[in-house]
Design a protein around this ligand. Structure first.
Ligand SMILES: N[C@@H](CCC(=O)N[C@@H](CS)C(=O)NCC(=O)O)C(=O)O
Length: 212
């Protein structure tokens, strides 16, 4: 049994999506970030970083979205959202998991929280530099997707869901992910899945259904 601490559209979205895709029983605890609920002692006791998401797994808190995706795919192998250990595509799945977590997600976070890198205030130069870095990453991923349906080739996995959440966030950057043809194609496919519609309904989201 799982309990997901989430905020609509935040990094919790992909964990929520994967829970639905896997058919894993779970409950939801919405955090009111405007009221600072994620910085209160009760929540910090679960997630000392004061960040979202946190997933309670058998009564224990586990944090970091990418770690949660890995854990859930491992605990629910029948869901087929990650290649089994020792299989040829496992290395590529790890590589994409880490690339999205270590490179793409932090860059996008810098867009939303420029004070992380520019405490004196978000200068235009910082924002431009973040935007160029994000664009270079999307260019790289789009090139990889040419001739492949998904990041791992012909099989859907957690990294496609993770990438789609990050693409959704990019709707605010000057050149969003959907400006690239392969990324747009993948975004359309993933957002057409029943799990995406379910997560939107449950989190009360409506914006960002890439156009066909
Ligand atoms: N590395 C963390 C980052 C999570 C993160 O940045 N979450 C954002 C929401 S998308 C957050 O909690 N922001 C509130 C804050 O920074 O105070 C993860 O992947 O779980």
């Amino acid at each position: 049994m799982y309990t997901l601490y989430y905020s609509p559209g935040a990094a919790s979205l992909v964990v929520h999506l994967v829970l639905i895709e896997l058919g894993a029983e779970h409950t939801l605890r919405r955090l009111d970030t405007a009221a600072g609920e994620h910085k209160r002692p009760e929540y910090l006791a679960l997630n000392p970083s004061g960040l979202i998401p946190t997933l309670m797994v058998d009564g224990e808190p586990v944090t970091e979205a990418a770690a949660l995706l890995s854990l859930l795919t491992e605990r629910h192998p029948e869901g087929g959202l990650a290649p089994a250990i020792g299989t040829p595509t496992r290395a590529a799945w790890w590589q994409w998991t880490m690339f999205l977590a270590n490179t793409v997600q932090p860059a996008l976070r810098h867009w939303f929280y420029p004070e992380d890198v520019a405490p004196a205030g978000p200068s235009e130069a910082v924002k431009q530099s973040v935007a160029r870095r994000v664009e270079a990453m999307f260019e790289q991923i789009d090139r990889h997707l040419r001739g492949r349906r998904y990041l791992l080739g012909d099989r859907l996995s957690s990294v496609d869901l993770y990438l789609t959440m990050l693409m959704r966030w990019s709707r605010y950057v000057p050149k969003p992910a959907t400006d690239w043809p392969e990324l747009r194609r993948l975004a359309i496919e993933i957002t057409s899945r029943p799990s995406w519609k379910a997560v939107y309904e449950r989190e009360g989201l409506s914006e960002w259904y890439p156009e066909r």
